[in-house]
Design a protein around this ligand. Structure first.
Ligand code: SAH
Ligand code: SF4
Length: 346
C-alpha cells in the first residue's frame, strides 16, 4: 500500500477522486517523505520567511459549550476575565512596538463586547497600520460586516470537523450548517478566511479528516490552522490516547501540498505536545507562528487546553524567543503583513 508519494501527489493534483488520494497521503508509511515534500513545496511557494501574528486572548468568557474546550460555559472552575477595550488597544500598540505586523484578537463568544465596542477597538488598532485578525466565534452576517467595515482584515473560524454527527455531538446548541454559513459569510465580506480542524477528536476518522481537507480546499481558505486535540480534565469529553502531534503534522503537510500558497500556522498546541513542536511544523509545511501577546497575568486563565506553553513569559520575551528559534532553522521573520498571495494554484 506504500505507493510513491510523488506519484500520489501527481494524481492528487489531477484527481477526480481527491478524497482517496488524500487518504492515501494521510496513511503513508513514508512520513518523512511527506514532510520533506511539504517543506520543499512551502519553500517553493511561500519562501523561507515566517509571518508572526501577535495573539491577544482578550476574554475567556464563552456562551458556547463545546465539549472539548476548557472555556466552555459549564466549566465553573475557570477564573473568567475580560480585558478592557482601551487596554486591548494598548496591548496592540505594545505588540506593534515589538515589531509585529499582525494582531490576532481571540476570545470565547462573549456578548459583553458589543458590535459597537468591537468596531471601536478594531478601528483604533487599524489606525496603527497593522493587519488585524479576529477569532471571536460565530456571529451574524451584519456583525461580521460591521467588523469588516471597521477595518478587520482576516477572520479565523475553524470548522473543527465536517462530520455532521460528530459536530452535533461535540458542539451542543451549535450546528455544522451554521458554522459553514458563517465561513461563507466571512468569505463573501472579503476577509481573508482562516479555518481548520482539531486533529484527534474522539470519534473522528481519517476518512472524515480527508473530507475536512476537501472542505478547506473548496472554500478555498487563505489560512488553515490544525491543532492536535489536547484533553482538558474539566470537560466532559472522553480522554483518548493517540499520536495527535504526528496526525496534525500529516494534515498540515497534506494541506501544503493541496493548497501550496496558503498560510499555515505552526500552532501553539503543537508545542504543548513537543518542546520543538513549532519548529518541526515549520519544517513540514507551516510558515506562520502566533506568539502570545497577552499580558502574563491573564495567560493561565485562557486555558482552552492544559499545558499551554510560556504561561509565565511576557509578550516581549515571547517575541525575542520565537525569532531566535526561527533563525536556528535558517528561516527569518517576515517584515511584511503576510497576506495570502494567490499564485493561481487553486
Ligand atoms: N471561541 C472562538 C475562538 C477561541 S477557541 C472559536 O471557538 O472559534 C479557538 C480554538 O481552540 C477552537 O477553534 C478549537 O479548535 C481550539 N480548541 C478548543 N479546545 C481544544 C482542545 N481541547 N484541544 C485543542 N484545541 C482546542
Ligand atoms: Fe467557546 Fe471557542 Fe471554546 Fe467553543 S471552542 S467553548 S466557542 S472558546
Amino acid at each position: 500500500m506504500n505507493r510513491d508519494i510523488d506519484s500520489t501527489l501527481e494524481k492528487t493534483v489531477q484527481s477526480h477522486n481527491l478524497e482517496k488520494e488524500i487518504l492515501h497521503l494521510l496513511k503513508t508509511k513514508d512520513e518523512k517523505k511527506l514532510f520533506n515534500t511539504a517543506n520543499e513545496t512551502r519553500k517553493k511557494y511561500v519562501g523561507d520567511e515566517v509571518h508572526l501574528r501577535a495573539l491577544v486572548e482578550f476574554s475567556n468568557y464563552c456562551k458556547q459549550n463545546c465539549l472539548y474546550c476548557g472555556l466552555r460555559r459549564d466549566n465553573s472552575r475557570v477564573k473568567r476575565y475580560r480585558i478592557d477595550p482601551q487596554d486591548i488597544i494598548e496591548l496592540a500598540k505594545k505588540a506593534k512596538s515589538y515589531g509585529y505586523k499582525t494582531i490576532v484578537l481571540q476570545s470565547g463568544e462573549d456578548s459583553y463586547y458589543t458590535v459597537e465596542k468591537m468596531a471601536r477597538i478594531i478601528s483604533h488598532i487599524k489606525d496603527l497600520d497593522i493587519a488585524l485578525t479576529l477569532s471571536i466565534g460565530e456571529k451574524t452576517f451584519e456583525e461580521y460586516k460591521a467588523y469588516r467595515d471597521a477595518g478587520a482584515d482576516r477572520y479565523l473560524l475553524r470548522i473543527e470537523t465536517t462530520d455532521e454527527n460528530l459536530y452535533a455531538k461535540l458542539n451542543p446548541g451549535m450546528s455544522l450548517k451554521n458554522r459553514m454559513r458563517c465561513i461563507e459569510n466571512i468569505k463573501k465580506l472579503g476577509y481573508e478566511v482562516g479555518s481548520g480542524i482539531i486533529a484527534g477528536l474522539p470519534g473522528q476518522t481519517l476518512e472524515s479528516i480527508a473530507k475536512d481537507i476537501i472542505y478547506l480546499k473548496s472554500i478555498p481558505v487563505d489560512m488553515a490552522g490544525i491543532g492536535p486535540f489536547i484533553y482538558h480534565s474539566n470537560t466532559p469529553i472522553e480522554n483518548i490516547e493517540g499520536d495527535f502531534f504526528n496526525l496534525s503534522l500529516k494534515i498540515m503537510a497534506v494541506l501544503r501540498l493541496i493548497l501550496p500558497d496558503i498560510n499555515i500556522p505552526a500552532t501553539t498546541a503543537m508545542e504543548t505536545l513537543n518542546p520543538n513542536g513549532r519548529l518541526i511544523a515549520l519544517q513540514s509545511g507551516a510558515n506562520v507562528v502566533m506568539p502570545n501577546a497577552t499580558e502574563t497575568i491573564y495567560r493561565r486563565h485562557y486555558e482552552i487546553y492544559p499545558g499551554k506553553i510560556c504561561l509565565g513569559d511576557s509578550p516581549a520575551h515571547c517575541r525575542g524567543c520565537i525569532e531566535n528559534k526561527i533563525k536556528s532553522i535558517n528561516r527569518y521573520v517576515s517584515s511584511g503583513k503576510g497576506f495570502h498571495i494567490r499564485q493561481g494554484v487553486v
